[in-house]
Design a protein around this ligand. Structure first.
Ligand SMILES: C[S@@+](CC[C@H](N)C(=O)[O-])C[C@H]1O[C@@H](n2cnc3c(N)ncnc32)[C@H](O)[C@@H]1O
Length: 257
């Protein structure tokens, strides 16, 4: 009899945040209040589109729990999962006093959660570490309840700046090509249409597509005050999301019945 074993990428194919102070070195070293606010708003807006009851929310890879304020008022149980022990202990330190929170070390390529447990699964700034999107999509699909939703941020390889650079000969890779843009074994960007295809094949249907982080240039952030930036981002998101030209494409996906 043939025995099938699940092929999961080994540790060396996983981005290691154990020796990286993600909060200090990424969020605090440079002013990223704009990106932080955009992403939290986007999670809130996506959650507002879900009309089915939400009891359990899974945030993975949760990092140090940055996005918790965006979903804390939805659901009764919040499971924060990350591959990195360091990230999990930072998340515990910040959010351990919230009774609704549970912290789990685990790999998105082999999710250690009960099947069907999650009503909503959230992954922001995470799938750029998951070149094997097919495995991620089918693992999340298993973890979701029958009417469950996935809110996922797709790092967009064909955003406006990449297109402009390529048109003037400064970008080596064709942003319109469907293959992922590979920076390293554990750092990739995707063509939104290709990512959507992978999720559909795994059994999801697309409920909503939105874009954010349109203005994430340090020059723009320096000259335009944050409230104005947020207003422009909202406008661009409303009128331009159909074109998927922003660096962050957010998908709201639901498990097909
Ligand atoms: C850029 S951080 C984003 C953290 C958080 N989502 C946020 O937006 O602040 C990426 C996170 O994904 C986690 N990660 C990377 N590969 C993973 C995997 N295979 N399974 C679970 N977590 C993973 C990393 O440890 C890290 O905490």
């Amino acid at each position: 009899m043939n025995k099938t074993t699940k092929q999961t990428p080994t540790d060396q194919h996983i981005s290691n945040y154990n020796d990286y102070d993600y909060d200090k070195e990424f969020w605090q070293a440079v002013d990223r209040r704009y990106e932080d606010a955009c992403e939290k708003n986007m999670v809130r807006r996506m959650l507002a589109r879900i009309h089915e009851p939400i009891h359990v929310v899974v945030d993975s890879g949760c990092g140090f729990g940055r996005l918790f304020p965006a979903y804390s008022n939805v659901g009764k149980r919040h499971i924060l999962m990350d591959y990195s022990e360091n990230m999990i202990s930072q998340a515990k330190e910040r959010l351990g006093n919230h009774e609704s929170c549970e912290f789990i070390q685990g790999n998105l390529y082999d999710i250690p959660l009960e099947e069907g447990v999650a009503d909503v699964f959230i992954s922001v700034r995470t799938i750029h570490h998951l070149p094997d999107l097919h495995v991620y999509a089918s693992e999340v699909h298993k973890t979701l309840s029958p009417t469950g939703h996935l809110i996922v941020e797709v790092p967009n390889k064909r955003h406006a700046l990449n297109i402009a650079k390529w048109l003037v000969g400064r970008g080596a890779a064709n942003p319109f090509h469907k293959d992922p843009l590979i920076f390293s074994e554990t750092f990739v960007n995707f063509h939104p249409r290709m990512a959507i295809k992978v999720f559909k094949r795994a059994g999801f249907h697309v409920k909503h597509v939105d874009n954010t982080n349109f203005l994430r240039s340090s020059f723009i952030k320096r000259i335009i005050p944050l409230p104005l930036l947020m207003m422009f981002d909202r406008l661009l998101s409303r009128f331009l999301s159909w074109a998927n030209l922003a660096p962050s494409v957010f998908l709201l996906l639901q498990k097909k019945p």
